[in-house]
Write a protein that binds this ligand. Structure first.
Ligand SMILES: Cc1cc2nc3c(=O)[nH]c(=O)nc-3n(C[C@H](O)[C@H](O)[C@H](O)COP(=O)(O)OP(=O)(O)OC[C@H]3O[C@@H](n4cnc5c(N)ncnc54)[C@H](O)[C@@H]3O)c2cc1C
Length: 409
């Protein structure tokens, strides 16, 4: 039986940063990690380059977590993206923002991030105990953690076992059972940050074409659920790109999705069409569509779907065909058949119910000394570095508040 002042269950960014922070305060800390190495998900993040965080002010950050940004207020204000950038700089790993605001290590190697974290754990005497799967946790005065390497005891523990996606990295949902056995409620987890499939996918021939900052709307049977602007990408089998991935948290099978490819209303389109026909009636419809700066392949596709011959003059289009063309460009609703699964989703929507966690400390409202950090909670961020930042900020907030810290103040 080994005793620590603080035990972190799960060595992802939330757990590692929490442990380093506690270790730096002189708290006897261990990370119990079931895989043979910590930080497996960091290694694959940002396509192996690790998009650690994002430029922008905290206020803006908090809008990137669906309806749950408010919960992260204290965590991200107390350990902000700027604090995180300073941390890496002070520890000799320079970060660089890309033009789109995403921040990566200058070396573009996520392995450099993980290596630095190993070094810092060593520096602050954090014990990293790998291949140590936590099987059950019991609480009386202390927590007793039964693991594949025997029992561990601590007054304070952090559950930072991640979500359910990419289970080969170790985050396979086991942490939910541990939390459930301690009395916590779980909001049903589902993969998010995933591509979206639509019925009879019509865009196969457009694979590789992307649209920047277009309006995307999601509908359930009765109403519009969400409207946002974002970049989309057609692949050969589904819809992807940041605008789709970020919206996936709102989407269910059977919902509908529409895109405004030309940033105009149906009314305005009709007016433009009539004016263009009056002025240039002999021009081809495709020449008119070119005025919207649409990709050539996309124009061909839309004309095909609207059953308009490419050699048809615009003046020969009747009202019905014109209105159908406008609809295809502005608000045609495609039926969603599925989202990609746990092997593809980059985050998990759902997790520990936030109502049972104190957002000012990350401590459980049910059990003193039990803390949560990162994706195990019902938090998921947009693409762009928001998930790693949230994991780190919540992990650090927990470490700042563990009982031993307060005892020593
Ligand atoms: C392909 C991909 C790319 C991504 N790219 C980015 C990106 O560029 N930027 C970004 O911000 N986010 C990215 N994300 C999301 C981000 O990686 C996660 O949100 C983040 O890693 C969550 O951190 P965490 O510490 O909460 O959990 P995790 O990183 O999931 O770590 C949890 C750890 O707990 C361990 N564990 C689980 N159960 C137990 C147990 N019972 N006992 C002991 N250990 C256990 C696991 O083995 C794992 O090591 C990406 C995700 C994926 C899948």
């Amino acid at each position: 039986m080994k005793t620590y002042e603080y035990i972190v269950v799960g060595g992802g960014p939330a757990g590692i940063f929490s442990a380093i922070y506690a270790g730096n305060l002189g708290i006897k800390t261990a990370i119990l990690e079931k895989k043979n190495k910590i930080g497996k998900k960091i290694l694959i993040s940002g396509s192996g380059q690790c998009n650690i965080t994002h430029t922008g002010e905290v206020k803006e950050f908090l809008t990137k977590y669906g309806n749950h940004g408010k919960f992260l207020r204290t965590a991200i204000y107390k350990y902000s993206p700027k604090d995180l950038q300073k941390f890496f700089k002070d520890n000799g790993l320079e970060l660089l923002p890309r033009e789109d605001g995403k921040i990566f290590p200058k070396t573009k190697r996520s392995v450099d991030v993980v290596e630095l974290l190993y070094t810092l754990c060593k520096k602050f005497n954090v014990d990293i105990i790998e291949e140590c799967e936590v099987l059950t946790i019991k609480h009386k005065n202390n927590f007793t953690l039964n693991t594949t390497l025997g029992n561990f005891v601590s007054k304070n523990i952090l559950l930072s076992t991640g979500g359910v996606t990419y289970p080969q990295t170790g985050s396979d949902g086991q942490g939910y059972s541990l939390a459930k056995n301690l009395g916590h409620k779980i909001i049903k987890p589902k993969p998010c940050l995933t591509p979206v499939y639509i019925k009879d996918f019509p865009f196969t021939n457009l694979a590789g074409i992307s649209f920047k900052n277009i309006s995307i709307s999601i509908f359930d049977e009765t109403k519009k659920n969400n409207e946002s602007k974002g970049d989309i990408l057609f692949t050969h089998k589904n819809l992807s790109g940041p605008g789709i991935l970020d919206n996936s948290r709102y989407i269910k099978k059977g919902n509908k999705i529409s895109f405004n490819f030309i940033d105009t209303t149906l009314e305005q389109f009709k007016e433009n069409f009539i004016k263009y026909t009056n002025d240039h009636g002999k021009n081809l419809t495709k020449t008119f569509l070119n005025t919207y700066n649409l990709p050539e392949r996309f124009i061909k596709h839309i004309l095909f779907v609207a059953e308009i011959s490419e050699c048809l003059k615009i003046s020969s289009l009747n009202k019905k065909i014109r209105d159908n063309l406008g609809k295809l460009l502005i608000d045609y609703q495609y039926e969603i058949t599925k989202l990609d699964g746990i092997d593809v989703g980059m985050a998990t929507n759902g997790g520990i119910n936030l109502k049972e966690i104190d957002s000012k400390t990350m401590e459980s409202k049910l059990i003193k000394g039990l803390y949560f950090g990162g994706e195990i909670m019902d938090i998921d961020g947009d693409t762009g570095g928001y998930n790693i930042q949230a994991a780190i900020s919540t992990g650090i907030l927990a470490a700042r508040n563990i009982k031993i810290v307060n005892d020593r103040k």
